[in-house]
Write a protein that binds this ligand. Structure first.
Ligand SMILES: [Fe+2]
Ligand SMILES: [Fe+2]
Length: 369
């Protein structure tokens, strides 16, 4: 007959074994080796154990600090006078989410921010002020509120303000993702500013219509959009056409995707941009997904419920929706327009996109705070 084997005593039952294991771990640490069993459950979690939290930065808070920064440091000294919107759960990081950096930038009349290029891709969504420009690879692009300007990875760019008033915009970059890949390159241009070398609005006029150079076949533009400016008025017009001709999406109401016209994909392989209209009184259903997003309120008022917490927002506010965070949006008083940028293209290209619909309570989250 087989005798029943006794289970071996656990480390808790044998203090001497526990001490030996601890000593072994210390010895391993000295030679840069680690026992997997000590971290296994911390790393391989059953759902995303994100470090970031949903958060909103009100423009009424950010703007005065940005104006104050304009008194304290010049654009030349700062190189970029930008206030980073840091996720409160990871304040030492760069990001509003795990992959997306967001900042508010100010350029005063007469100032210029020197020309450089870097591996992170960047987008600007203009919040207020006229007369500023971004020169992208010799294409001088004058910016107005609501315009989206792109500066792809390793493309020269500098900013200037030739107007009479301060100009402020939201910066969006993929810096946290690039940092996690350790893929960081920065190069300064030989002079402070580029001399415009191309016809004004070159990228919009050549690539931003249903016309392309004949030698450029589908997908020949490289990975980023060859169009570097998407104008507010055109985007708003398209959004209104969408509203008049389609039913609202249950989770996003009426949403446009800023597309790369050469291949139909997103603006960058690392960041996609969206513009969505939430009609007055509409309230979208809640869902969550593995793409994280930074939203900016371009027009109107409303609120979003993010993981059960209500965040009221108004024009100029910015808020972060991290990975796997339940979210729903509502507009009140007027129609609301939300601009957003997202790591959706990363998740799609890597086959990592997962979604879930909030099934209970009619699709709306109970609000806990
Ligand atoms: Fe830059
Ligand atoms: Fe969503």
């Amino acid at each position: 007959m087989r005798s029943e084997s006794k289970p071996s005593p656990s480390a808790q039952e044998r203090p001497a074994l526990a001490a030996e294991r601890a000593k072994h771990s210390e010895e391993l640490a000295k030679v840069h080796i680690g026992p997997l069993w000590e971290i296994y459950r911390k790393v391989l979690t059953r759902k995303p154990a994100r470090r970031e939290v949903p958060h909103l930065w009100p423009w009424s808070l950010v703007r005065p600090h940005l104006v104050r920064a304009g008194e304290l440091i010049t654009a030349a000294e700062a190189e970029r006078r930008a206030l980073m919107l840091l996720n409160p759960a990871t304040p030492s990081g760069f990001g509003a989410t795990a992959t997306l950096y967001a900042a508010a930038q100010l350029i005063l009349p007469g100032e210029s921010a020197r020309a450089h290029r870097h591996s992170p891709a960047a987008l600007r969504f203009v919040i207020e002020g006229e007369g500023a420009f971004t020169c992208v690879d010799g294409d001088k692009i004058v910016m107005s509120p609501g315009d989206l300007i792109l500066t792809p990875s390793m493309v020269w760019h500098d900013h200037g303000n030739e107007g009479a008033n301060p100009v402020m915009w939201l910066d969006g970059l993929d810096i946290p993702l690039m940092d996690s890949l350790r893929y960081m390159f920065l190069q300064e241009f030989e002079t402070t500013s580029q001399q415009p070398q191309k016809p004004p609005r070159y990228s919009e006029r050549l690539y931003g219509r249903a016309l392309f150079p004949a030698g450029m076949g589908p997908g020949c533009s490289g990975v980023a959009s060859p169009v570097w400016a998407y104008r507010s008025q055109e985007a708003q017009d398209a959004l209104e056409c969408l509203r008049r001709t389609s039913e609202p999406d249950p989770f996003d109401a009426y949403m446009l995707r800023y597309a790369n016209p050469a291949n139909g994909r997103d603006t960058f392989p690392t960041m996609g941009c969206r513009l969505q209209l939430i009609p007055n009184g509409a309230h979208t259903s809640a869902h969550r997904h593995t793409a994280s997003t930074v939203y900016h309120v371009a027009e109107g008022n409303g609120f979003s419920v993010l993981d059960g917490v209500r965040f009221d927002w108004r024009k100029g506010d910015t808020f972060a929706v991290p990975i796997w965070c339940w979210h729903e949006h509502a507009a009140g008083g007027t129609d609301a327009v939300l601009f957003s940028f997202t790591d959706f293209p990363v998740m799609m290209q890597l086959g990592l996109m997962r979604k879930e619909t909030f099934a209970d309570n009619g699709g709306f989250q109970p609000v806990n705070g």
